[in-house]
Design a protein around this ligand. Structure first.
Ligand code: MV4
Length: 452
């Protein structure tokens, strides 16, 4: 049994994990960089260990320092959160070698799902729908061109080691194939040190819909419904919601069953997300599997009334999952509040928060590590809070989100609150009529004030 959990992360997710650990009676250890000495995760954990200077590569990304912190504190488990080492197969293996439970899948599963063309092959063999294209990694440009002609243009050339849009090109015109293929490959080589490429037919106007799953590592997997994540900018999600306005009960049932099939095929252990592209015609296709708890997990918690971090810890302790259905009830929306100026192309806005008042009331959850007088360090990502609102209907939830955004006071820095406020009034958002291109032509009005 796990007794002491080291949280190998910072910010709101570190607080989120510490909260559940405390509720479960587990001791907690925070790790922190010297830039995070005053951070709340350090205060809320039972113990805290400094693991180095501010650059992540010298602290939060150092397996040796995290294992050393486990040794000195006697932590018997590590929760990696999201980002940092959460999808690092080697780190999962290092934890196992040091008799520390890694709260997440095995190194083998992380590696398999991190290799996107292999993940796709594995899912296809398990009977999960995939987009037509190359059978695994391409041998080179010639094979690429052949497969592209075969499935028909437009096609997407994607890096096998990629994900999140890096090393990816859309090729509409056969004349561009060689140039775009090389550009994608060079980008992949530079970013991942791996130029392996695969190819698939382009799915036009897709929505990003993902299924939350939980596996016990013994072949049993349950799902917790979907999240709609199409409101993104440069592959960064801005807003997520559950359920998706694009799914009916039949499609939901099919997509959930497909995700469970895929995760069962790899005897998945832990919380995971199966990402799908949903075409305008209702066809859906496996895109990637994320092997971590995700930023947007609270929208699923809100509509299923589950604590996903608690479930992560319980399966890590060897508990099995039951097949009791976990239907979604009502509606939930999450707005990611970033320290960015939405009127200046979402440019970063670090600095000191001089006033901070989070919204409250029924059905309102704020996950944040920010507080008045908190200095946002420039070294880390710009998300400073997640505002999650739940209601009975989508319309009611949008109204409640609007109210909560109006209540949210953050002074001293620019934030994305005015963007979210305007989004809640956008006709296409309100009717649910959007896809992943939504932000390409979303026009922010000049004034941050209510637009009604
Ligand atoms: C695609 C696609 C269209 N067709 N694949 C972007 C990130 C990476 N995970 C996969 N991505 C896409 N793959 C085919 N065959 C369109 C995208 C895509 C996208 C997907 C989800 C959310 C936002 C997106 C924005 C641009 C492109």
């Amino acid at each position: 049994m796990i007794q002491k959990v080291l949280i190998a992360n910072r910010g709101e997710i570190a607080l989120r994990i510490i909260r559940t650990c405390r509720e479960m009676g587990l001791a907690t250890v925070a790790v922190f960089s010297t830039a995070d000495r005053e951070a709340l995760h350090v205060r809320f954990a039972d113990e805290a260990v400094c693991i180095g200077p501010p650059p992540s590569a010298e602290s939060y990304l150092r397996p040796d320092r995290i294992i050393a912190a486990c040794e000195v504190t006697g932590a018997d488990a590590v929760h990696p959160g999201y980002g940092f080492l959460s999808e690092n197969a080697e780190f999962s293996a290092i934890c196992a070698d040091n008799d520390v439970h890694f709260i997440g899948p095995s190194a083998e599963t992380i590696r398999l799902m991190g290799e996107k063309s292999l993940a796709k092959k594995t899912m296809a063999e398990a009977g999960v729908p995939v987009v037509g294209g190359s059978d695994g990694v391409l041998s080179g440009i010639e094979e690429g061109r052949r497969v592209a002609e075969d499935v028909g243009f437009p096609v997407m050339v994607k890096a096998a080691a990629g994900g999140g849009g890096k090393g990816m090109r859309l090729v509409r015109d056969p004349a561009d194939f060689e140039r775009f293929y090389k550009a994608a490959r060079n980008e992949a080589e530079a970013a991942f040190g791996n130029g392996d490429m695969y190819l698939e037919k382009f799915v036009d106007k897709p929505r990003h819909v993902e299924i939350q799953v939980l596996g016990d590592g013994k072949g049993r997997v349950v799902h917790f419904g979907e999240r709609e994540c199409s409101i993104q900018r440069r592959h960064q999600k801005l807003v997520e919601e559950a359920p998706s306005p694009a799914l009916d009960d039949d499609l939901r049932q099919e997509m959930g069953a497909a995700a469970v099939r895929g995760a069962e095929a790899v005897e998945y252990e832990g919380a995971g997300t199966v990402e799908f592209l949903l075409g305008a015609d209702g066809g859906f296709y496996f895109m990637e599997m994320n092997t971590r708890i995700q930023v947007e997990h609270p929208v699923t918690e809100a509509v299923t009334d589950c604590d996903l971090v608690e479930y992560q810890i319980r399966v890590a302790q060897g508990e099995t999952v039951d097949d009791k259905p976990r239907p979604m009830k009502g509606h939930a929306i999450e707005c990611r509040i970033n320290a960015e100026n939405p009127f200046r192309n979402f440019s970063p806005s670090p600095g000191k928060i001089t006033a901070f008042h989070p919204p409250g009331g029924h059905g309102v959850r704020v996950d944040t590590h920010a507080y008045a007088d908190y200095m946002i360090p420039p070294h880390y990502d710009s998300m400073i809070a997640k505002l999650i609102v739940r209601g009975q209907t989508r319309e009611g939830t949008i109204r409640k989100m609007t109210r909560a955004l109006e209540e949210f006071i953050i002074e001293g820095i620019d934030t994305t609150i005015p963007f979210h406020h305007q989004l809640m009034h956008d006709e296409r958002f309100r009717t649910g009529d959007f896809d992943t291109r939504f932000m390409d032509d979303f026009q922010l009005a000049e004034k941050a004030e209510p637009v009604e």
